[in-house]
Design a protein around this ligand. Sequence first.
Ligand code: NAP
Length: 254
Amino acid sequence: MHRSAGFSRLGFVDTNKPTALVTGANKGIGFETARQLAQQGFTVWLGCRDDERGKAAEAALADDGDVRFVQLDVTDPESVTAAANRIGDEAEALDVLVNNAGIAIADGEGFPGAVQLETIRQTFDVNFYGALRVTQEFLPLVRKARAGRIVNVSSTMGSISAALTPGSVGRFPIFAYPASKTLLNSLTAWLAVELGATPIKVNSVCPGFNATDLNNHTGTQHPAEGAKVVVQAATLPADGPSGSFFDANGSVGW
Ligand SMILES: NC(=O)c1ccc[n+]([C@@H]2O[C@H](COP(=O)([O-])OP(=O)(O)OC[C@H]3O[C@@H](n4cnc5c(N)ncnc54)[C@H](OP(=O)(O)O)[C@@H]3O)[C@@H](O)[C@H]2O)c1
């Protein structure tokens, strides 16, 4: 993870400090992931779509380490490019990319026979296309790291095998959200194939059921607990897995 000291275009930087970008970092699991990575000594960019919420998160995490707000709306190509340029100006490489930003829309959700196509489109726009857009934009910077890690924050609800298992906890009468996570898992698998000859590891994780705005705080654990497996995937050793899907208890079926 650690690189040797050197000079950036902006002057001397301590390049021994690993770098991370967490999307959707202003609250919930992303916020707690950013906190834990900062506490481990990472320089953490908080990718947030809203300036005010991003600056508030940066202030709230200031005591935890080196955190830097960067405006980043995963659905806006210009915003993603600008964020990549900014981070590329300040860092020589990106050691960790956490695709965490995600939404779940109640309006128009339902089983495939009833779900509204607009709900699918909006959900995929953030949860799948957003993660893909960010990954494509930041991949050149991740490739510059000694051993990059890409973490896609998925959900057991995106597991097709769980969907087909009667009584599975992930079985809700919805389609847009779980399908968006299934696609995200597909991105994990194919990106791991693409990067198989590099030291970069790409994994999907399920953070468990956390009390956040996403589920109106019905989750059963604090997002700091859910963030632990995200951080685990972000800091995998050289012999860790790639192209895997796991949670705090181990492997999750695709
Ligand atoms: N909570 C759970 O139990 C659970 C379980 C499994 C998986 N997950 C996944 O964990 C991730 C984080 O969810 P959470 O529970 O922490 O939800 P959350 O508290 O609602 O946080 C979601 C984050 O994503 C951001 N976001 C949404 N749209 C965005 C966009 N277009 N561009 C950039 N950021 C955007 C939000 O920013 P704003 O504040 O600006 O809206 C917020 O920072 C999601 O991918 C979710 O699917 C959650």
